[in-house]
Design a protein around this ligand. Structure first.
Ligand SMILES: Cc1cc2nc3c(=O)[nH]c(=O)nc-3n(C[C@H](O)[C@H](O)[C@H](O)COP(=O)(O)OP(=O)(O)OC[C@H]3O[C@@H](n4cnc5c(N)ncnc54)[C@H](O)[C@@H]3O)c2cc1C
Length: 434
């Protein structure tokens, strides 16, 4: 009788706790598989920055890494951890820290396709004396690393004591993201003659974050500001903080200035942008890794709703979205966004048809056009971006104004590594062997 009683209790407890638990586990695994297949379909699997490489021989599928990742980059697929939403990874490394069997290492590229990372020493100086690389361009993401590296590089410049007034500046800083801004603050703190050249607007990658909350994994010490201790901060708060310190310290930043060449002779560097240049003995490159997207130069392009890369498609639901471009990147973004909830997607392309699309993309976009999930306007041009609308010109038709919440422009561009190669910076290819 007693054993029957125990058996019944066992069955009830199993029903109450184990069954819902297993339903949750199975559901999580389905979601992970769906995310992985969406990323594969969209061709956006490999993060551009430091990210986890999982040794499948070692992984025990315990999901500790999945639980700890604030960006939901990882999932369990076929009983093992997998990178399922690669582009969301920002390199926190929390997954590698919690893995109980050491199956996760942080690296760049993929086992098959490496990524070129610049070589630099402990002071972030490259093989070219006087040329420094700080922040995400060096391959390590996160705001705290950008701040620490930029501060150290400037301290090294100050320590060399070889400044020379015949140059326009003691240091030229390229890029006004967290790394470049920190380098500027540190330069000001040490009385260096400096300038910051920025191709877009102040703030760097943060400015175009599609999401609100940022995680600061450790307190950071900002020159001329002090300790920034918060562990979570919104994008607006962080930008406001940067702008306050820039204004109060009168930090000189030349925006809309894309650096396209850095040459060194015996004397020093010549940093060129368009038809102008300036000279210096030290250059701090804080370009990030997202490159220099080609801009359309239309009014309103500086409104923060404009982006040149789609990072998290699932952040966009019930929105009016314009995609500009007709290559694979534009079409993949349109497909990914059309698969979210109730978005109204318009794709504007200057040609009369798509050319040289990947077969899979061509098939998918044609299906979505037929089912009216995407509207494509060929032979069209974006003329103006306003806060809630955009103005398009379609060949031989009147201007049309359409409602708009977000714009993604895919008009080509240049990756930062090209500028580094032209400058003669030594690169290494980072690969992981499995
Ligand atoms: C979606 C997302 C979420 C993230 N979340 C977090 C988070 O929660 N916490 C965290 O710590 N980190 C996070 N990160 C990472 C963090 O944003 C980056 O590590 C950080 O911005 C790197 O700073 P940076 O100054 O090196 O580069 P960037 O911020 O990329 O700035 C580089 C600047 O250089 C400019 N530039 C590039 N080329 C040129 C040129 N030729 N001439 C002139 N200017 C040029 C660019 O326009 C840009 O303004 C996130 C990243 C993304 C994409």
């Amino acid at each position: 009788m007693e054993s029957l009683y125990t058996f019944v209790i066992f069955i009830i407890l199993t029903g109450v706790f184990a069954v819902p638990y297993w339903i949750r586990v199975v559901r999580h695994r389905q979601v992970a598989e769906e995310k992985l297949s969406k990323s594969i379909q969209a061709g956006i699997l490999t993060p551009v920055t430091l990210h986890p490489h999982i040794d499948l021989q070692e992984c025990i599928g315990c999901a500790s890494c999945v639980k700890v990742c604030p960006e939901s980059v990882l999932g369990i697929v076929n009983g093992r951890a997998a990178v399922v939403s690669g582009l969301k990874c920002v390199g926190h490394s929390l997954c590698a820290d919690v893995c109980p069997v050491g199956a996760i290492t942080m690296g760049f590229g993929t086992p098959k396709q490496g990524q070129e990372i610049p070589w630099y020493d402990d002071n972030y100086q490259t093989n070219i004396p006087g040329l420094y690389i700080v922040g995400e361009l060096g391959g390590i993401g996160l705001i705290k690393n950008a701040v620490t590296q930029a501060t150290k590089a400037v301290h090294h410049i100050v320590g060399k004591k070889d400044l020379d007034k015949k140059f326009n500046y003691d240091v030229i800083i390229v890029g006004a993201g967290p790394a470049g801004l920190t380098a500027a603050l540190a330069s000001k703190e040490h009385g260096l003659r400096y300038i910051v050249l920025e191709q877009g607007s102040i703030g760097g990658t943060i400015y175009h974050y599609p999401r609100q909350k940022l995680v600061l994994t450790a307190p950071v010490e900002l020159p001329l500001y002090g300790k920034l201790k918060v562990s979570e901060i919104t994008k607006e708060e962080l930008l406001k903080m940067w702008m306050n310190v820039i204004e109060s310290q009168k930090i000189h930043i030349q925006i809309n200035t894309k650096v396209d060449g850095i040459t060194k002779n015996q004397e020093g560097f010549q940093v060129s942008y368009g038809n102008s240049y300036c000279t210096t003995k030290n250059v701090v490159l804080a370009l990030g890794r997202r490159g220099s997207p080609r801009k359309l130069d239309v009014p309103g392009e500086d409104i923060p709703k404009v982006a040149y890369q789609l990072i998290e498609a699932e952040m966009y639901n019930q929105k009016n979205i314009l995609i500009v471009g007709g290559g694979d990147s534009a079409v993949e973004a349109a497909i990914a966004l059309a698969r979210q909830k109730e978005n109204i997607i318009t794709l504007s392309y200057r040609r009369s048809e798509f050319v040289r699309l990947k077969e899979k993309n061509e098939k998918n976009i044609n299906n979505l056009i037929q089912t009216k999930k995407i509207r494509v306007i060929f032979n069209s041009q974006l003329l103006e971006i306003r806060r809630d609308t955009v103005v398009l010109k379609e060949e031989a038709k009147q201007l049309q104004t359409i409602s708009n919440d977000f714009i993604f422009i895919f008009a080509g561009g240049e990756m930062p590594v090209e500028l580094l190669k032209r400058a003669g910076v030594r690169l290494r290819t980072e690969e992981i062997d499995h």
